[in-house]
Design a protein around this ligand. Structure first.
Ligand SMILES: [Zn+2]
Length: 209
């Protein structure tokens, strides 16, 4: 029994089903959150196949013989279309794009709801698992997720503080780069860390209530 699961609508995670179907059969279901279906319909790329079975926020348990796959919806930290597949027997969970293994976030975190992202990573760690696989990079465990929570908490706390002190975005980048130098060894630090600061600063400005 085969199934294709789209974790969320982003094209780098919803392309390729055509090739899998050519290889393994046209009757394989494509399972996704219901908002992934509506988002992909609007996107309208004929190369990206639409889901054939949709799940709502309540999630579902798929049963394949003696193997269960739980599909959980645990928040909108990285689009509101994210399914978190968990294999209870293998104690394995998939956290695609809303967490990573000792890596900073993508560019200036476009469309990342940082407060919700941290809450979502916390909800992830309440699930029962030993191994977490990511959409990009090597797998990790609950400590990996704890380090991600610490990173995004540090980043947003610093951004809010900079805003309270009346710093401009450029000034905030300089100060926060110095204050968070402990993340220098993380992947993509050189490429995206300063952009992460800008994203967090703008997020803090928009959510400054
Ligand atoms: Zn994504």
């Amino acid at each position: 029994m085969l199934a294709i699961i789209y974790t969320h609508w982003h094209i780098d995670h919803s392309s390729g089903a055509k090739i899998l179907k050519q290889q393994f059969g046209d009757d394989i279901p494509i399972i996704a959150h219901e908002r992934t279906l509506s988002r992909l319909k609007r996107w309208g790329d004929p190369e990206v196949l639409l889901p054939t079975k949709t799940i709502d926020d309540d999630g579902v348990i798929l049963r394949y013989g003696d193997m269960n796959i739980e599909l959980n919806y645990i928040g909108y930290g990285h689009t509101n279309t994210m399914l978190v597949p968990r294999f209870p027997k293998q104690k394995l969970v998939f956290a695609v794009d809303f967490a990573n293994n000792d890596a900073v976030g993508w560019r200036d975190l476009p469309g990342w709801y940082l407060g919700e992202l941290i809450a979502m990573q916390g909800r992830l760690n309440k699930l029962d698992f030993d191994i977490v696989a990511f959409g990009h990079g090597m797998p990790g465990d609950k400590d990996t997720i704890r380090r991600q929570i610490k990173y995004y908490t540090d980043l947003t706390t610093q951004a809010k503080r900079a805003l309270q002190q009346g710093l401009s975005e450029d000034e905030a980048v300089k100060v926060i780069e110095k204050n968070l130098s402990q993340y220098k060894q993380w992947r993509f630090y050189d490429k995206w860390f300063l952009m992460n600061i800008r994203g967090a600063y703008r997020w803090a400005k928009e959510n400054n209530t």
